[in-house]
Design a binder for this molecule. Structure first.
Ligand code: FNR
Length: 371
């Protein structure tokens, strides 16, 4: 169908399922084990209700925002996703170009199918990019990667901490014997290292990640870069407190789109616990520390709920991944337009004209597990 017939981000997913090679579909869509965390990422949003206010003159709505001090046209960013070329020949570049045109921030995966520099070269003047890091056993490779990112003007380093090894995604494993050239797409990911064929994408990538990573390494990163450091994949208030003590600039509360530890709670669910415990310890609000969430965000209403509950911004993964599989860059632009329209509509009906008016009282979150 023409892209104008796509009405929401879920439509892109249905279409992608019907056009992608099975192996790609399984790699993109699967969650770990029984996929309960994957499902719960969506279910959690359905347990939060709005408390809209009325009669507030909502003719003008402004949703400009800043993420880590960088201007963003809306309060979300495109999260890191590996192997973008499996879905479209232009892969990650579809995201970069559409994000540049619309003023959205993209986070580049360590395991993107295009090289880091190819993606950065595709950015528009002044376009803000973040970088996601899987830490390699070979710290020299990691140091080079990080310092190149800083040199190229990357505005935030998101170190993924929920993947000492990659989760067991069984659909991906079952598809391992089909060969659609996907391993080639992954083969460029790190200098001098080759992805083994026939292992399933997930297992192949897993071998590059260092399971020894620990809190002491964070100091090392602070010594090699001045970029803000954000820990991606924190799942408890305890680790959020440790992150503040470690002096990093933020965390992404996330279960990695349900792809890592199954039964790890969704980012939204964890957010409520984290904000409440930080408040008890006078650690929140905190202008120097940012709390992001991701997982299951497909509608502006999801974004608004997360912001009302204290998130600085939210990450979107699969919603954007599927938007380019059928339509390339145009699909991503359509996805961003759809979210913009939904944002304006929902903000008006909530009775707010600015994102700063989103306070906890705008939602009823009693349906989330309180603790
Ligand atoms: C991911 N994600 C991810 N995260 C990361 O830190 N590095 C990576 O390379 C990848 N790769 C990746 C590939 C694919 C195909 C998917 C779907 C996801 C996780 C991603 O950044 C984010 O945490 C989740 O995707 C958020 O959940 P939703 O929006 O996909 O529901």
């Amino acid at each position: 169908p023409p892209v104008s017939e796509i009405l929401n981000l879920y439509d892109f997913e249905v279409l992608s399922r019907s056009i992608l090679a099975p192996k790609t579909w399984y790699y993109y869509s699967s969650g770990a084990d029984d996929e309960i965390a994957l499902r719960e990422n969506h279910n959690a949003f359905q347990r939060v209700w709005f408390r809209p206010r009325v009669l507030r003159n909502v003719s003008e709505v402004d949703m400009t925002h800043s993420i880590l001090g960088c201007k963003s046209s809306m309060p979300f960013y495109i999260s890191a996703m590996a192997l973008g070329k499996l879905g479209h020949p232009d892969g990650e570049l579809c995201l970069t170009r559409a994000a540049g045109k619309t003023g959205i921030i993209q986070m580049i995966s360590t395991f993107a199918s295009f090289t880091f520099d190819e993606i950065v070269d595709a950015r528009a003047p002044d376009q803000v990019l973040f970088s996601q890091l899987y830490v390699n056993q070979n710290r020299e490779l990691t140091r080079k990667y990080v310092q190149n990112a800083e040199k190229r003007g990357i505005k935030g380093l998101f170190i993924t901490v929920d993947a000492p090894q990659l989760g067991r995604r069984e659909k991906d494993l079952r598809a391992k014997n089909a060969d659609d050239g996907g391993s080639e797409a992954g083969a460029k990911i790190q200098e001098g290292q080759k992805v083994e064929k026939g292992e399933g994408h997930t297992r192949a990538i897993s071998s590059f990640i260092d399971p020894c990573l620990n809190w002491d390494d964070i100091k090392w990163f602070q010594g090699i870069t001045k970029m803000p450091i954000i820990l991606k994949g924190v799942a408890t208030w305890e680790d959020t407190v440790l992150a503040i003590e470690a002096g990093v600039q933020g965390v992404v509360l996330s279960n990695h789109g349900g792809r890592q530890l199954d039964m790890a709670r969704s980012g939204l669910e964890v957010l409520v616990e984290v904000i409440s415990e930080l408040k008890k310890r006078q650690l929140w609000p905190n202008p120097n520390f940012h709390i992001f969430i991701d997982g299951g965000v497909r509608r502006a209403s999801d974004i608004l709920k997360a912001l009302a509950l204290g998130a600085s911004a939210v990450g979107i993964g699969k919603g954007f991944l599927y938007s380019y599989c059928a339509y390339g860059q145009e699909g991503v632009e359509r996805a961003i337009d759809i979210l913009r329209d939904e944002m304006i509509m929902d903000m008006r009906m909530l009775g707010i004209t600015k994102l700063s008016e989103l306070v906890p009282e705008m939602v009823d979150a009693h349906g989330l597990t309180t603790h």
